[in-house]
Design a protein around this ligand. Sequence first.
Ligand code: TXA
Ligand code: MG
Length: 315
Amino acid sequence: MTEFAPYTPEMALKAADLLAQGGLVVVPTETVYGLAADATNDNAVARIFEAKGRPSFNPLIIHVENAAMAGEWAEISPLAEKLAAAFWPGALTLVLPRRAGTRLSRLVSAGLDTVAVRCPASGPAQAVLAALGRPFAAPSANRSGSISPTRATHAAKTLSDKVDLILDAGPCDIGVESTIIRVEGGQIYLLRPGGLSVEAIERVAGVRLEKPQWPEIQAPGMMESHYAPQARLRLDALTPSPGELFLAFGPTPENVSATRNLSPGSDLTEAAANLFNHLHELDALGDRIAVAPIPEEGLGLAINDRLRRAAAPRP
Ligand code: TXA
Ligand code: MG
């Protein structure tokens, strides 16, 4: 039986207890809701893959309370430390070498010698981590291939009866997943655009983000149709055609009515926060969605990345 509960500090303790016993808990974070399991418990981590219906070769992000906890499980180079100091807690995930000889589940890394680490800013996620005292692994709390969850009800749609507890803390502030970068010596590689802008990262790192050259990145967020709604999407549409719902961005042209607007004032941060919720709602209203053009800058990179995947041909 899945318990669905508003977040309270007492519920954070209960969530940590469930995790420590190998349970699965949906935890709110500032990016999207996460499907959490104890990162040191292989069985619990395996239950994540089972609940999501996700191919098990896809590695997961571990969530830590702070940089000190990150250092217990991963090797933090000086450049990684600088980025963590600037952006943690927040929407930055660092792919780092696994520290040797830890109890971290191998399944978390899907056999790689690296681990993806993020320190979430949200109060509920922080409270669960503080009570647990070690990392939880958490992908987005949705069935593999469906839209990412920015509200507890989104997670409940595809995961209820597969998890022990769903904590509800309202809509996520950021609304798109974290930006994932790999730090290799003095170089940084962008693995997934997300809630922290490329520009902000490059400013602190003092080097440009490069495109990765290795094959391991054929990972879930990287699969073409990963964020697919049921409806078909047509991107860069200035106006909807007859029969299409319209997802607008910015002021809509005369005689055009938007079914939903990501941000009437053309604010990319607001648009990111609305993206998945609007897609969830439009998906329930019809089967064809025209989407207005989104500028390819700042958080627009992450928004366009998710939209292109949602529009890609289905497997
Ligand atoms: O904002 C977020 O990042 C959310 C919240 C819950 O924290 N989590 C999330 O997790 O988006 P998930 O599993 O949906 O996406 C994790 C991405 C995948 O594309 C995976 O391939 C990549 O991280 N990843 C994880 N470990 C990796 C590693 N060692 N090397 C390269 N990529 C890795
Ligand atoms: Mg995901």
